[in-house]
Design a binder for this molecule. Structure first.
Ligand code: ACO
Length: 381
C-alpha cells in the first residue's frame, strides 16, 4: 500500500510499492531471505540455475526439472553475429563494460522468435548476458571471443569464456555462491526500474535493458573496486589502523562499510567472506584474505569511534571485491558480473509484476510557476 494524500517522500524511502515472494530484507536483524531460504543456507548449497528456477517457479526443481532447465538455458547461449559486430565497435572505442552490456542486451531481440513465451525469452536473456560480457571483455583486450560451451553450467561457462580455459571446480563454486548471494535484494533501484517498465506491458528485453541502465550508476551498482583498492593501499596489517584513521580524519568514507538498510553486518558479507575464505584456502592469496579480515575488524572499531551510534558495519561490497578478485576478475568486471546474476532477479520480478497487472504511476507535486503570461518571441529580452 503506498502513501496517499500528496505527501512527498524523497527517494520513496519506506514506501511499499510491491508485494513479492522473492526476497525479504531485514536491516535491523541483518537477515536476507531468498524465496523462503536464508541466504546463508541457499547461496553455498545450490547451483546457480537451481536458484534461478526457484525464483521463477517459487519451488525448488527436482532433478529432471533442473536438468531440463539447464539444457534449455545452455542451448540459448550463442549470440547473433550482429551482436558481436556491435561489441567489436564498442571495444574499438574502449567503452565501459556496463555500456557494452546495455548495448548488447538491446540486440537480444534480433534472435527472439515471434510468439516466444516470456519464460523462453527470459532463459535466452540470462543465457546470453554472460556471453556478451565475456566476448566484450576479450575484444577489449584485443582477443577474439571464446564461443560458449553448452556442456558447462552458467558459472563455469562464464569463467571459461573469459579465459578460454576450464576453471577449477573450487573457483566455479565460489562464483556460484556469489551469483546466488546477489540474485535478489528487495525493491532495489534496478529491480524497481524493471518492474516499472514491464508494468506498462512492455517486453522483458526492454525491462532488462532499463534495469542495466539503473544498475550502472555508481551509487547503485556499487563500487567494490574502491574497497579492494583500499585493502591494497593498506598493504599490511600494521598499516590498517593508521591508514583508515587518516581517511576518517580527512572526513572520507571507508569503502565497503555502511548501508542504507542494514544496521548490522550485511548477511551477504558473511556468506561471501566464508566463500572467499574457502576459495583462498584452496590455493589463492591467503595473505590477502587475512589482511582483509584484519582491515574489516579494524574498520568496524574505528567507525564506532569516529561515528558513534551510526551502526556502520561491513556491507556486501567489501567481500564481493575480495571474492571476485580471487576469481581473477578485473575490477572493471565486478559490476557487470553482478548484473549477470541480478538479471535473473529482475526477470523474476517482471513475472510477478505481470501477474499483478497494474501500471506503476505515482504522483508528483508541482512546484513551478502557475500564472505566467505568454510573451511573443519579439517581446522577449
Ligand atoms: N565511512 C565513514 N563514514 C561513513 C560511512 C563510511 N563507509 N558510511 C556512512 N558514514 C557516515 C556519514 O559520513 C554520516 O556521518 P555524519 O552524519 O557525521 O555526516 C553518517 O555515517 C550517516 O551517513 P549517510 O550517508 O547518511 O548514510 P546512508 O545510509 O545514506 O549511506 C552508504 C549508506 C551510501 C552505503 C554509506 O554508508 C557509504 O557511503 N558507504 C561507503 C560506500 C560503500 O561501501 N557503498 C556500497 C554500499 S552497498 C550497496 O550499495 C550494494
Amino acid at each position: 500500500m503506498s502513501t496517499k494524500n500528496g505527501q512527498f517522500i524523497p527517494g520513496l524511502q519506506g514506501v511499499v510499492a510491491a508485494e513479492t515472494n522473492l526476497s525479504s530484507v531485514d536491516g535491523q536483524k541483518g537477515e536476507l531471505i531468498i524465496a523462503g531460504f536464508p541466504v546463508e543456507v541457499l547461496a553455498g548449497s545450490a547451483g546457480h540455475e537451481e536458484v534461478i528456477y526457484l525464483l521463477w517457479h517459487d519451488h525448488l526443481p527436482n532433478r529432471a526439472e533442473l536438468e531440463g532447465f539447464k539444457e534449455e538455458m545452455a542451448a540459448e547461449r550463442p549470440i547473433a553475429p550482429a551482436t558481436i559486430e556491435l561489441l567489436r565497435t564498442a571495444a574499438a572505442e574502449k567503452r565501459p563494460v556496463m555500456d557494452a552490456l546495455r548495448m548488447g542486451a538491446a540486440t537480444l531481440d534480433l534472435q527472439r522468435e515471434q510468439g516466444a513465451s516470456d519464460e523462453q525469452t527470459a532463459l535466452a536473456i540470462v543465457a546470453r548476458l554472460p556471453v556478451i560480457v565475456a566476448a566484450y571483455w576479450r575484444l577489449r583486450q584485443g582477443q577474439e571471443p571464446v564461443a560458449p560451451r553448452l556442456d558447462l553450467g552458467q558459472a563455469a561457462n562464464y569463467l571459461y569464456m573469459l579465459t578460454g580455459e576450464e576453471a577449477d571446480p573450487a573457483m566455479v563454486r565460489g562464483l556460484e555462491t556469489y551469483l546466488n548471494t546477489v540474485i535478489d535484494h528487495g525493491l532495489n533501484a534496478s529491480t524497481f526500474a524493471a518492474r516499472v517498465i514491464v508494468a506498462t506491458q512492455s517486453d522483458l528485453v526492454s525491462a532488462v535493458v532499463g534495469a542495466i541502465g539503473a544498475l550502472k550508476g555508481p551509487i547503485h551498482g556499487g563500487a567494490p573496486g574502491p574497497a579492494l583498492d583500499m585493502v591494497f593501499a593498506i598493504g599490511s596489517p600494521e598499516n590498517a589502523e593508521p591508514y583508515m584513521r587518516m581517511l576518517l580524519e580527512r572526513g572520507e568514507r571507508l569503502m565497503g562499510f555502511g548501508h542504507r538498510v542494514y544496521k548490522v553486518r550485511d548477511p551477504r558479507a558473511e556468506v561471501l567472506s566464508k566463500a572467499a575464505e574457502k576459495m583462498f584456502t584452496g590455493g589463492g592469496d591467503m595473505a590477502l584474505y587475512t589482511l582483509a579480515r584484519h582491515v574489516e575488524d579494524t574498520a568496524v572499531v574505528l567507525l564506532e569511534e569516529y561515528k558513534p551510534g551510526r551502526q556502520l558495519q561491513t556491507n556486501v561490497e567489501f567481500y564481493t571485491a575480495l571474492l571476485l578478485h580471487g576469481l581473477g576478475l578485473s575490477t572493471e568486471l565486478f559490476t557487470p558480473t553482478f548484473a549477470l546474476s541480478r538479471a535473473a532477479g529482475w526477470l523474476a520480478h517482471c513475472f510477478e509484476q505481470q501477474r499483478d497487472g497494474r501500471i506503476i504511476r505515482p504522483d508528483s507535486r508541482y512546484r513551478g510557476e502557475m500564472n505566467r503570461s505568454w510573451q511573443p518571441m519579439a517581446e522577449r529580452i
